[in-house]
Design a protein around this ligand. Structure first.
Ligand code: FE2
Length: 178
């Protein structure tokens, strides 16, 4: 079961998401859908409804987690699964850190939502490097946090290479093509 766009938008408002997190999520959905449609034209079989819902809902519990300090990927995932949105919950769980072993020739919904989130800084599409510079400035307060971000960055460059090798476009052309 996957919620339609209208259902996602009403969930987002019911959860009292901060305005800037809503704008971010709308932009992530735009990027993720664009990539998915283009990948499907080149033989991939991405579930567009799943990508849209998971993109819109990936930060569903982030606003409350700013206070509770819980991991919003996990709490968001749990709550979505409890609503019966199992697959959406699985994708949301992996929007920060991918657990799934990537298939070299096949792109999955988890990778697309994770990647699109890294390309949108606030509500602006930026290169990965710019997004990670911002993340490091905001969250890289300790060596451990920096190492974590470095690992994350390395992983996401791998995903970018895989996606754009299939698409045969420059990752930084997305903004122009959207
Ligand atoms: Fe998030």
């Amino acid at each position: 079961m996957i919620p339609r766009r209208e259902e996602c938008l009403s969930l987002m408002s019911r959860y009292g998401m901060l305005e800037n997190i809503v704008s971010h999520s709308l932009e992530v959905a735009k990027v993720a859908l664009f990539i998915s449609v283009e990948l499907n034209k080149r033989g991939q079989t991405i579930d567009l409804g799943l990508v849209e819902a998971a993109s819109l809902l990936h930060d569903l519990t982030k606003t409350e987690c700013l206070k509770t300090k819980d991991d919003h990927a996990q709490t968001g995932s749990q709550q979505l699964k409890r609503m019966g949105y199992e697959r959406v919950g699985e994708v949301v769980a992996q929007h920060i850190w991918l657990e799934k072993e990537g298939d070299p020739s096949c792109v999955c919904e988890e990778e697309i939502v994770n990647y699109a989130d890294k390309r949108v800084m606030h509500d602006r599409i930026v290169p990965l490097e710019e997004r990670f510079n911002d993340l490091k400035a905001r969250y890289g307060r300790s060596q451990k946090a920096m190492d974590y971000l470095e690992r994350l960055q390395k992983e996401i460059y791998g995903i970018e290479n895989k996606i754009f090798f299939i698409l045969q476009i420059d990752p930084n052309d997305i903004q122009r093509l959207l």
